[in-house]
Design a protein around this ligand. Structure first.
Ligand code: GRF
Length: 206
């Protein structure tokens, strides 16, 4: 059984999808703790499932590195075997990444390497993209640059807003994250920063 620490900043619908999946005895992962950088509404999903939560605020520390070290200590104490960033809207410090990568993954609402960063959906619309999607990837020391594990495409509809498109992406993102974690837990997908056979052609797809 793979134990997960999940990192969030917002509503936590991806976290909720993982919690719901983990409620099935056949799902090979369990969430042992949820960490947020702020009073994220999504923490309520963890509390409702009886999963311990902690808020570790960057403003309580003298530097980003010190914040990252405190977060790392909290995660180590849970014994989690995989750290899942599921809507954490902060760049993790290099020391934190070195401590956990490649057993540190992120979900991103675009087909990386296109549209990295905090405004991926807005950027795809601004670029006039006809297609975008979602990527689950290993976190490395760059911003959304780590090895791709899984991707799914989402067509952009004419005239749709950023929030409409993001919601449609999230409907694809949640099951993709659940499936990717399952595959990591079963060993169908191994995590290594240097195993290109586990990446997929990011874009365009055939
Ligand atoms: C997701 O689309 C994630 O990829 C992005 O922020 C969103 C978080 O959604 N970084 P939620 O909080 O899981 O609903």
């Amino acid at each position: 059984m793979l134990s997960l620490a999940v990192l969030i900043s917002g509503g936590g619908s991806n976290l909720k999808a993982l919690l719901d999946a983990a409620a099935d005895p056949d799902y090979p992962a369990r969430i042992v703790a949820v960490f947020a950088d702020t009073d994220a509404p999504g923490l309520a999903h963890a509390a409702a499932a009886g999963v311990p939560t902690a808020v570790v605020r960057p403003s309580d520390f003298p530097s980003r590195d010190a914040w990252g070290e405190a977060l790392a200590e909290g995660i180590r104490a849970t014994g989690a075997g995989l750290v899942v960033s599921a809507g954490l809207m902060r760049i993790l410090p290099a020391g934190f990444v070195r401590a956990f990568s490649p057993r540190l993954i992120n979900t991103h609402p675009a087909l990386l390497p296109l549209y990295p960063g905090a405004h991926a959906v807005r950027d795809a619309l601004a670029a006039g993209a006809v297609e975008t999607g979602v990527t689950v990837h290993i976190i490395d020391e760059g911003v959304d640059t780590g090895p791709v594990l899984r991707q799914e495409r989402v067509a952009v509809r004419a005239g749709e807003s950023e929030s409409e498109l993001h919601e449609r992406i999230k409907r694809v993102e949640r099951p993709l994250l659940v499936d990717t974690v399952r595959d990591i837990a079963t060993g169908a997908l191994t995590l290594s920063a240097a195993e290109p056979e586990h990446t997929t052609t990011p874009y365009p797809h055939p």
